[in-house]
Design a protein. Structure first.
Length: 115
């Protein structure tokens, strides 16, 4: 007797027809997912708007910083000019005082002592 080989062909996988209850569950789940997607998109839009507002505030702050730095530089230059003018005035007054002291010393040396 010759050996025999049995060939088994796979049966196609068949799902039983969906019941109305299963369809209702899927429909509700789909609606729930659509609501969640809508909320997610709304949150995304809000975040984009907030990011845009934050970006604008940052731009305004940077411009303000630049203006303040410019003003600070101008004030520093003005302070240096005032310090130089003050020093020149101070040195001029010191020269006048020194000259006045020399005149006083010269005039007191030329006056006779009356005692």
């Amino acid at each position: 007797m010759a050996p025999t080989i049995a060939v088994v062909q796979p049966q196609p996988h068949r799902q039983p027809p969906s019941s109305a209850a299963d369809e209702e569950v899927l429909r509700r789940r789909n609606e729930e997912l659509e609501r969640e997607l809508k909320k997610s998109l709304e949150r995304e839009d809000k975040m984009k708007q907030e990011l845009q507002r934050t970006w604008e505030r940052l731009r305004v702050a940077e411009e303000a910083e630049e203006r303040l730095c410019t003003q600070l530089g101008e004030l520093e230059a003005e302070a240096v000019d005032q310090a130089r003018a003050y020093r020149a005035r101070f040195l001029g007054l010191m020269d006048q005082l020194s000259a006045a002291q020399k005149l006083l010393q010269a005039s007191s040396a030329s006056l006779p002592n009356s005692q």
